[in-house]
Structure formats: C-alpha cells, structure tokens
Design a protein around this ligand. Sequence first.
Ligand code: PRX
Length: 650
Amino acid sequence: MSESKKPVFQPNPEFSKDARIKNMSEYQALQDEAINDYESFWSRFAKEKVDWIEPFTKTLDESNFPFVKWFDGGKLNVSTQCIDRHLDTRGEKTAILFEGDRGDIQKITYNELAKSVNKFANLLKEDFGVKKGDRIVIYMPMIPEAAFAMLACTRIGAIHSIVFGGFSAEALKDRIIDANAKVVITADGAFRKGKPYMLKPVVDTALEGNTSVKNVLVIERNKEEITWVDGRDNSYAELIKNKSDVCEAEVMDSEDPLFLLYTSGSTGKPKGVQHNTAGYILWAQMTMEWVFDVKEEDVFWCTADVGWITGHTYIVYGPLATGATTVMFEGVPTYPDAGRPWKMVQEHKITHFYTAPTAIRVLHKMGEDEPKKYDLSSLKVLGTVGEPIDPPAWKWYYEEVGNSKCAIVDTYWQTETGGHVISPLPGATPIKPGCATLPVPGIIAEILDPITGEKVGLGESGYMCITRPWPSMIRGVWGDEERFVKAYFGDVKKDGKAVYFTGDGAKYDEDGYITITGRTDDVINVSGHRMGTAEVEAAINKDENVAEVAVVGKPHEIKGEGIFAYIVLKSDVEDEDAERKSINNIIKKEIGNIAICDDIIFAPGLPKTRSGKIMRRILRSIAKGEKITQDISTLEDPSIVAKIEMMVNG
Ligand code: PRX
C-alpha cells in the first residue's frame, strides 16, 4: 500500500471552530512567519507569553553556537510564571488535582499552591541554606509535594535534578555525585496497587559515604517505618509547620539553569541534560496552547512520572504556566482494574489524556471493553509520546477511548528538546496513525541525508535533525561541554554547519509527513524510555562470571522494545537459570527494574569484525528471528553467527 493511501483522519470541525490554530493555512502562516523572520517570530511570542521582570534585549545569540543564548538580558522567575501571575484571575481554580493510588483525592487551588511552594522554598533556604545555583536531587513518588519541591527550587533559583523513583540506589548515587547535590528531597515511600512501597531506604543506600549531601528532606506519605540519620534527615511535616507562606521569587536571568535531567546516551554514563529558564518555560507553555489547545475549563491529565521529561513539561511546568488544571496520579493504570483511567476521566471530567503507547497497549490488552463502561464524553484531545504507536493500539485508542471524535496528537520529542518538536495540532492537522506529522510552528525540523546534509525527498529516509536552535533546546551536558557538542552536533552538517541531530531516523511520506523510524544509535526504547545499551552492558559486566556482553533491542508486544543480552561467560556455570537471575539482580541494583533483560543467551562468542568491533546489527537480526543475509565473511570468526542463530532461533 502506498503511504499516501494510509487512512487520514480529519480534525473534528466542532473542535477546530474554537481552536487556537484552526486549519492548515493558519498552521502554514505561523510556520512561514518563523521561517521568514525567525527572531521576530520568537520575540513576538516571548513578549506575549512570559511575565518578564525585565525585558530581554536580544532574542537569539548564536555567536558561540552550539552554546546559544535565548532572550538575553531578560529577567524572570518560572514559579512566578506558573503561579503568581494567575492568582488575581484564577486563585480559586484547581491547579493540581491529585488522585492517590487508593482513590484519595486532593484539589489544590492556585492560591494554595502559592502558599505551599513559598513555604517549601523558605524551608530550603532557612533550614538548609539553599542558594541560587545549588543542585537539589528530588527522588519522589507521584504526590503533590513533588511539584511543590520542583517549584520551590525554581522560586529560589536552585537547580533540581529529579531521579525517577524506579531507579536503583546505584543509579541515584551516580546522579547525586555527578551533580554534586547539596540536598535530597524524598518521601518515606508511597502506595502502589493498594500497598505501601518504600523510597527512603534507597536514598540511605545511595548516600553511604557521600559527603556533598548535608540534608535529606523526607515527606511522610505512607508513614511506614524508616531509619532516620541524625543530623542529616529531616521531617517535612515538622519543618514546614512554622514557615511563612510568603517568599520573594529570585530574579533569574533568561539563561540561568532551571533543571538537570539525566538521560541515557550511547556511552555507559547517563548525561545530565541541562535546561535553562526562559526558553524552556516559553515552549512548555506554547506547546500546551498549540499542541493540546488547552482551554480555561479543561482538565489535563498526563500520565507520565515527574521523573521523566514528560512529567516535567506536561504535568508541572506547561500546564501550570498555562493556568490549567493538571491531574497527578500516584497509582498504576491497571489497578484495581484496567478501567481505572476511564473511571478517572469520568469522575474528573478530564478533557485531555496524554500517555505512552506502552500504556495504551496494556490497557487495550487487559481491558478492551473497559472504556465502554464509562462516560468519556468529556475527552477532547488524546496524546501519545515516547515511541511510535502501532496501528491496533491507535485504532482502539481512537475509536474506543476517543469515540472517533478526538484528535490523537502523536507528539515526537526528547529530554533534550524540552517540549514537543513534531506533532499534529488537534484543530488543524489531518492525522495518520503512527505518524508524528509535521514540525510544530517555530521548529525547523528536517530529515537530512547524513552524508550530504541535504534535505531528503518525499518518500525518502534520513536523520531527524533540527536545523535552527529553538528556545527549549538542551543547553549543555552537566559538567561536560565536549560531550554536549559531540553527542548532538557531531554527526550531521547542513551547508557546512553543524546541526542538532536527534539520534532518530525518520522518513517523509508522499505528503511530506514525518514518521519516526527509531534510533540510529545504540539506544533501546523500553516502554517509551531510553536505555543505553552501553549502560546495561556496564552493569552486566559487574557479574564476576561474565567475560563479554552485547545488548540489543528486540520488538516486544507491550514494551515496544525489550532488552536482549548475549553473554559470553568466563567458564560454564552449573545452573544457567540461576546465573540469569543473578545478572538481572545486578541490573536491578545498578540501574533499576526498567533495565531488566527479557532474554539472556549464553553465547560461545560474539560476532566481531577483525578489528574487534561487535556487529550488533547481526545480533539485532538474530534477536528478531530474521535470517542473516548480510555478508559475514569478514568477521573474525564467521561460524559464531550460525551457532548463535541456532541457540536463539533453533
Ligand atoms: O526515539 C525517540 C522516542 O523517544 C526518544 C526520546 O526519549 P526521551 O528523551 O526519554 O523522551 C521521551 C519522551 C519525550 C526519541 O529520541 N520518541 C519520543 N516520542 C516519539 C518517539 N518515537 C516515535 N514517536 C514519538 N512520538
């Protein structure tokens, strides 16, 4: 079937009528405006959207590319943008609608949010001496205090680094050390599937021998027993009691760092992606308005965890900057059954539901008929993020959840892009299943030929690049300038000039729509989250029986990709299953459950070139069950391939 024959779904005319961007001509007009005068475009929106304490003097300074400056000279504060500026008009509106795992509900108004954040900020300043520029690690469950903590940091100019609660003590430790953090904010634990689980003990292990962290702040959520380290650990409930609910916002420069968020790359060590103040918040807000088209009465639910970029931009900063009501959910979507999200949509009259294809596949598989049991008529826009969505999941989402009335915005972006870069606009873009469609206005995203740097033609594939700096782009890799330049600006040149390369391959269809085809590097996408093969290999190598290891991705029905490990042991082990368990336990300890291998094969050797490079392409094909057709005669030991094929595919 030719790609232009792919089914196309037009926007719902009822929705388009009131949308901010109503049709493709309006889309094109905005994109033309950006292309014709890039700086004026951004200057216009920055002036319109941001509450500046002092106006900026220069829109974009590219003189030291790729170290760019946006809105230089401007002064602002992100917590003010997200809270204070709404108080006159929306003070009593619900800012955060929290639902706990066990169904407990909390509605926090903008006025209440202001007080909680100010008190939290005062606590950090007065009790821990936190100052502008200090790094604060947040290791938290999905509870409102996680958002308070983030906003409290931004209020006083501290740089937060959130570590996803599923990461292990080792992973947490590495991130604390890399950022040289002064404070860790955590909770005793929280609830999942009706039962308490713990976080504080993980922090205790991560901090063994650490000298930089002077204070740990513990939010009491599940009130289970925990160990307290005198002089270091502090109870939030105690300290917050006597704090003033007024705290002046620190005046921040546009390019002052806002937060760090560690993400996997193609080397063993995760990168501390740095986002700065003005550009990030501007784009978080603009994409809420354009890509989700959130309106005053809407209730917006992004199911991500605050530990990922999606949670940063579309649970906390974007929705609050827009003055929306944002839903925060502590639990899992399948507890007590796979109707939970739909029950929540009905009860809270949720208008926007944004989740990962993995979650859609699980909900589809475990509760195909669940959506029918609830009134989902409040829904207007559905979103997906993190990985390509497959046609069966898309169809079910569109028809059963969205009642064939809601646009599905397939949003393509990354930790590094800060916000959406390629996505349909719900009132304007005709959509095709599994297709991220077109750049969001203002983003100059092009598929380039990796060799010539020229834009590829319709029907052709290449590297997904962004050829002009954009406001919410990554500003650096914490503590490693060289890695920043090399990792993102080292691969593709357009007209002789380095451009940002996402690491993803992509293809234009016959209408010029963009389909993301997946990573071109050694990064696996597990349930919409990035996992570097080198990182998993480094963990596996810690097993004393392991001589060599190569890890690849393998298609997985639910997770999108699962992790497949080929391991060469130093010598035979008695019990292979016990060895597999021990390897996965090491992964759990070093990284966390998210990196556990679905398949572990003990191979007699690995396919390598004569220069010793492991041929992962061959290993990927074998893992997928494909016949090896490529020339293997140049391998150091070609017979290895047949042996491994035999072991895996019989
Ligand atoms: O490979 C792309 C994939 O997820 C990667 C970014 O991962 P991360 O930084 O963890 O951020 C995930 C949430 C923004 C990308 O390089 N990806 C993200 N969105 C899509 C996607 N692949 C296909 N379609 C998408 N919509």
